[in-house]
Ligand binder design. Structure first.
Ligand code: FAD
Length: 412
């Protein structure tokens, strides 16, 4: 009987456990997590922090779900190391859990700002349900906020401040929000959205250090220009440190993430990885890539499990990811890999509608849609088909995209 061990009960680990049970009904499956609760919807915890959603609908699996599937779930259990010779996982309580096949699905932890007083009371990072509870409790009584980190998670803090009535300054490096994926025209729509909820974007800024009161509570952020922003609430979201420390010495190839192939196999036999933590071979892109999104993590967990159970390279991971933001009056969606590419095409349609498409070697590799998400299925289809269409970008920038207007694909 095969023994599977999964480290991490986020969406990638949990989806792998579910698939393994289906694919290998007789096996032993153990899921280990250092969190005190089983799988919940990490995407929705921001709605809780905003004060909009109670706890119950955010939970996905209760402990019965694991019992019913005969999956052994260890909560509050931190994996400290993996011995790949003995094929054993070691926990903080000194337990040794043997495996035949192991899945690493431990995601990341928000990066701390490397500045003075960044651990002061009132400075929040956002990853777990526990974080969201603490943010909500504090945000309900806070007056003045500062947000740092001009990316997809930083904007959640802007939305929390907006929903909780905290006036805030959003300190950004550079001249716009998410400058790697948006031009000035697209970012301006987002800036307006922020202003409308009481969050003021501040450009060419950032944090040099925080000031605190005698009790160690944050009182101000001082930016590199010396400008001082008073605050009693701070949200910092400058990136993720991948949770790989326990793998030191295990010999897995890493490069800011765990390297896996398109079958989710690491460089070490019988060890697979899935979710945010991977740097995977993207078959559509033809190179290693990374992707921090829910749908992608879920699919990677499923594909890893199929290959673990089959004990061969049974299925490739092939996926076009999406990440949407619903905090403002207009919708926002990024898909694929909007921050890479050697060519871009974009158009603004109105004060709240904008589109940008990223191409690499003439093929669509990602993009951002603001206001009107209707072309997403056509653009994703082109990505999957890997058609060279950059020279016909005009068709893709039409308000309504009709793929029949494209010249037929060339025979390779
Ligand atoms: C506030 C917020 C909003 C988001 N919004 C969106 C969104 O709108 N759309 C979208 O697509 N994505 C969103 N994401 C990202 C998405 O949630 C992640 O990409 C996804 O949850 C990653 O899943 P994962 O299984 O790879 O990792 P995780 O969910 O991070 O799970 C990893 C688990 O492993 C545990 N762990 C780590 N180390 C150890 C160890 N040594 N021992 C035991 N357990 C360990 C961790 O505690 C964690 O429970 C959001 C994320 C956050 C935090």
């Amino acid at each position: 009987m095969t023994q599977y061990v999964i480290i991490g009960d986020g969406i990638s680990g949990s989806s792998a456990a579910e698939t393994l049970r289906e694919e290998d009904p007789e096996s032993e499956i153990t899921v280990i997590t250092d969190e005190g609760e089983s799988l919940y919807n990490r995407i929705l915890i921001k709605e809780h922090a905003k004060g909009k959603l109670p706890e119950a609908p955010i939970s996905i699996h209760d402990e019965e779900w694991y019992d019913e599937r005969d999956i052994d779930l260890s909560l509050n259990t931190f994996v400290t190391s993996v011995d790949t010779d003995a094929k054993v996982v070691n926990t903080h309580e000194g337990e040794e859990i043997p495996y035949d096949k192991l899945l690493v699905a431990t995601g990341g932890t928000p990066t701390q700002l490397p500045v003075e007083n960044s651990d002061a009371d009132g400075i929040h990072h956002f990853w777990t349900f526990q974080d969201a509870r603490a943010i909500r409790e504090h945000a309900e009584q806070a007056n003045k906020g500062v947000i740092v980190g001009a990316g997809l998670l930083g904007i959640d803090f802007a939305a929390v401040c907006g929903a909780q009535g905290i006036e805030a300054d959003y300190l950004m490096r550079g001249d716009r929000w998410w400058r790697y994926a948006l031009s000035g025209a697209g970012a301006e729509i987002m800036h307006e959205g922020m202003r409308e909820v009481g969050v003021e974007p501040v450009f060419d800024s950032g944090v040099d250090h925080f000031e605190t009161d005698d009790d160690g509570h944050v009182t101000a952020a001082v930016d590199p220009n010396g400008d001082r922003y008073e605050c009693d609430f701070v949200g910092a979201a400058i990136g993720l440190d991948f949770n790989t420390e326990y793998l030191d010495g295990a010999g897995l190839e890493q490069d800011n993430g765990i390297i896996v192939d398109e079958y989710m196999q690491t460089s070490v036999d019988d060890i697979y990885a899935a979710g945010d933590i991977t740097r995977f071979y993207d078959v559509l892109l033809g190179e290693q890539a990374q992707n921090g999104s829910w749908g992608s993590a879920k699919e990677q967990g499923r594909v890893a499990a199929v290959n673990m159970a089959a004990d061969e390279e049974a299925e490739q991971f092939e996926w076009v990811s999406s990440y949407s933001i619903t905090h403002f009056d207009f919708p926002f969606l990024s898909f694929g890999h909007p921050t890479i590419g050697d060519e871009h095409a974009e158009r603004k349609y109105s004060d709240t509608e904008w589109r940008r498409i990223a191409f690499k070697d003439g093929k669509v590799v990602g993009g951002v849609l603001i206001g009107d998400l209707s072309p997403q299925s056509q653009l994703k289809q082109l990505m999957r088909e890997q058609r060279e269409v950059a020279d016909q970008a005009e068709v893709l920038l039409e308000k309504s995209v009709d793929l029949d207007e494209l010249a037929p694909p060339q025979e390779q």
